[in-house]
Design a protein. Structure first.
Length: 327
C-alpha cells in the first residue's frame, strides 16, 4: 500500500522559540502535517519539537537531521526516547553524517568513516529502543551495559539522511526511510528507487527538504541562491553527490574557481539551470507545481525550507502561499 503524501515545513520558524505556539497551530490549520527540525548553528534539533509536541498535537515531528557524531550514543538514545515518549506515534528521528565543516570544524569531532558511523548509530538506537541492555561492539564505538530507563509507548521511526548509493541502501535496508536534500524533482526519480530496492521492494518513507522562494523577482532570487549553492556544493560530500547526479560538467567551473580562492568567479560559474533545478522559485502557483513534481517522482514527505533570497519576501505569506490548502 502506498504511503500517504505528507506536506511538511522546516522549523524553527522565524522569531524566538517561545513565540511559535500560534504559528504552529496555523500550520496545522493550513494543512501541513509535519514539521522537521535541523541542527547546524542555530537551535538544537530537539527543543523546537519538544515545544511543538505540547503546543500542537496534530503535527508529526521529525529531525532532518541530527548529526551522528555530535552526541554520545547513550545521550543520543535518551534524547530520542524522551521525544518519542512526549509525542507517542508522531516522532521520527532522522540521522545523518552531516559534514566535515559542522562535525570537525565546529564541534571538534573527527569526521571519520561517515557511513559506518551513521550505520552504527542507527543500529545502536534500534538496539537501545528495544528496552534491552546493550552490550555490543559496533565498528565505531562500543557500548557496555547501557539500558534505557525510559521506554516509549511507540518506537519512533528511524530515518537516514542519504546522498549517494551507500547511504540510500542503508536507509532502505536498516531504517524506515531516507531523508534527501539539495536535489531536483527529477533527481528524486534516480534516488528513491535505490531505497525501495534495498528494502526488498517494500515502500520506505522518502523525506525531502525542498528549498523554496516564492518570488517572481527571478534575477534577485538567482543571485542570492548562488551564495547558498556555492556554500553547500563545495562541501566534499555534496560535491561528490552532484557529480554522481551528472552535474559535474555544469559545476566544474564553480569548483575550480572556489579551489583557486576566487569566490566571486565561483558564483558567476553557477549556471541558471542549476539554480532552477535546486531552488523552487517563481509564482506561488509555479512553486506548488514544482513541489508536486517531487511527490510525483517518489517523495512521500516534504520539508519546505523557505529562504529569503528576495528581500521583499514575506516569510509567513510564503508559508500560506505554499500551503496544501492554498488555491
Amino acid at each position: 500500500m502506498a504511503l500517504p503524501h505528507r506536506p511538511g515545513m522546516t522549523v524553527p520558524l522565524p522569531g524566538p522559540l517561545h513565540s511559535h505556539a500560534a504559528k504552529l497551530t496555523e500550520l496545522a490549520d493550513m494543512g501541513y502535517t509535519d514539521i522537521w527540525s535541523a541542527e547546524a548553528d542555530g537551535a538544537d534539533a530537539f527543543t523546537p519539537l519538544a515545544l511543538a509536541a505540547a503546543w500542537e498535537p496534530r503535527l508529526r515531528l521529525g529531525t532532518a537531521i541530527v548529526p551522528a557524531y555530535t552526541r554520545s550514543p547513550a545521550c543520543f538514545a535518551q534524547s530520542v526516547a524522551s521525544m518519542a515518549d512526549a509525542a507517542p506515534g508522531r516522532f521520527a528521528i532522522g540521522i545523518g553524517s552531516s559534514s566535515n565543516v559542522i562535525v570537525e570544524r565546529w564541534n571538534g569531532v573527527p569526521f571519520e568513516e561517515p557511513y559506518k558511523k551513521v550505520r552504527d548509530v542507527v543500529r545502536f538506537l534500534n538496539d537501545a529502543l528495544s528496552g534491552e541492555k546493550v552490550k555490543q561492539a559496533y565498528d565505531t564505538f562500543e557500548i557496555d551495559g547501557f539500558r534505557l530507563a525510559i521506554r516509549p509507548e511507540q518506537k519512533p521511526q528511524v530515518l537516514v539522511a542519504a546522498l549517494r548509493e551507500g547511504m540510500l541502501r542503508l536507509a532502505g535496508r536498516e531504517a524506515d526511510g531516507a531523508i534527501i536534500n539539495w536535489l531536483s524533482a527529477n533527481d528524486v526519480a534516480k534516488v528513491a528507487p535505490i531505497v525501495t530496492e534495498a528494502a526488498g521492494g517494500d515502500e520506505r518513507e522518502i523525506v525531502a527538504r525542498i528549498f523554496c522562494c516564492p518570488s517572481e523577482n527571478t534575477d534577485v532570487v538567482r543571485a542570492a541562491a548562488r551564495y547558498a549553492i556555492a556554500a553547500y556544493l563545495n562541501v566534499p560530500v555534496y560535491a561528490a553527490f552532484h557529480e554522481w547526479m551528472g552535474r559535474g560538467e555544469q559545476l566544474q567551473g564553480m569548483w575550480d574557481a572556489w579551489k583557486a580562492g576566487d569566490r566571486k568567479a565561483a558564483l558567476a560559474e553557477i549556471p541558471d539551470e542549476v539554480v532552477d533545478d535546486l531552488i523552487v522559485h517563481g509564482s506561488p502557483e509555479a512553486c506548488r507545481a514544482q513541489i508536486q513534481a517531487y511527490f510525483d517522482n517518489g517523495v512521500t514527505t516534504s520539508s519546505l525550507a523557505i529562504l529569503p533570497f528576495d528581500p521583499e519576501l514575506d516569510h509567513w505569506q510564503a508559508v500560506k502561499d505554499l500551503a496544501p490548502n492554498a488555491s
